[in-house]
Design a binder for this molecule. Structure first.
Ligand code: ATP
Ligand code: MG
Length: 252
């Protein structure tokens, strides 16, 4: 479980807040979606979680332990991170990209490669075809899969995913979303998934936290949020005609 307690991150000597007094928890085994528009603080929350940045105030606990008191390396070993914009190393092969964390952890080459190939299979890429290629020789959707494989390499208990399926066509995104749901069932991993896409949030989230201007407006299941919105912002978000059309189509 991840517990965020009154977490703030300010810049400009406290004049602006990327995250402002946010408290919530991520329950073991769930997919918690952080949903919000550009600049509302989603990436900041993920970076705070694995200590890429440190909070201005507040605490984050993972399984009851304050992350600031933990060794950064062992903290990151249990947290996989899929970065916004993928960030694969262009001059390294697909298998080396997938095995980057095991390499940092000092695994011998053969064990690393075995794990890399296992992961490529897991995300639907045949290693005999893709392992030796460079990332630029893959499609956007295939590169996104490598990003997911890389994050899973050291069998993390937690997975932070920052708009991992952004910039993909709708069909590929649908496929990857379904694959993520089945991976989650197989892997027993707790996921914090960032998106600005409300449909993606509804498809993937066991619960959704709606963010707006560095604060959480509401957190709950989609039924709770759509059924009883607590703020005008949430009400407007879920009252959009396109959403009602989707709900209507699903009823047919
Ligand atoms: N190093 C920094 N210095 C100053 N302001 C920053 C810094 N990093 C982030 N911010 C600001 O904090 C706010 C939140 O940024 P963040 O990257 O968390 O947004 P986001 O929700 O991930 O947006 P997007 O959907 O565009 O990725 C933004 O207004 C951003 O400009
Ligand atoms: Mg972001």
């Amino acid at each position: 479980m991840i517990t965020y307690g009154n977490i703030s991150k300010s810049y400009d000597n406290g004049l602006s807040f990327a995250v402002n007094d946010v408290s919530f928890e991520v329950r073991k085994g769930e997919i918690l979606v952080l949903l919000g528009s550009s600049g509302c603080g989603k990436t900041t929350l993920l970076k705070l979680t694995n200590r890429l940045i440190e909070p201005s105030s507040g605490t984050i606990e993972i399984d009851g332990k304050n992350i600031l008191k933990e060794n950064k390396i062992s903290l990151r070993r249990k947290i996989g991170y899929v970065f916004q914009g993928i960030g694969l190393f262009p001059h390294m092969s697909v298998e080396d990209n997938a095995a980057i964390i095991p390499r940092l952890l000092g695994w011998p080459r053969q064990k690393r490669m075995q794990r890399a190939h296992e992961l490529l299979e897991m995300v639907g890429l045949d290693p005999s075809i893709y392992a030796k290629r460079n990332p630029e020789d893959l499609s956007g959707g295939q590169q996104q899969r490598i990003g997911v494989a890389r994050a899973l390499a050291a069998a993390p208990e937690y997975l932070l995913m920052d708009e991992p399926f952004g910039a993909l066509d709708a069909l590929t995104r649908d496929t990857l979303q379904q694959e993520l749901l089945s991976l989650r069932d197989k892997l027993d991993v707790t996921i914090v998934f960032v998106t600005h896409d409300i449909f993606e949030a509804l498809t993937l989230g066991d619960r959704i936290a709606v963010l707006n201007k560095s604060c959480i407006e509401q957190i709950g299941t989609k039924e709770e949020i759509a059924g009883s919105p607590e703020t005008d912002f949430v009400r407007d978000l879920f009252a959009r005609p396109a959403l009602q059309l989707k709900a209507f189509r699903e009823m047919l």
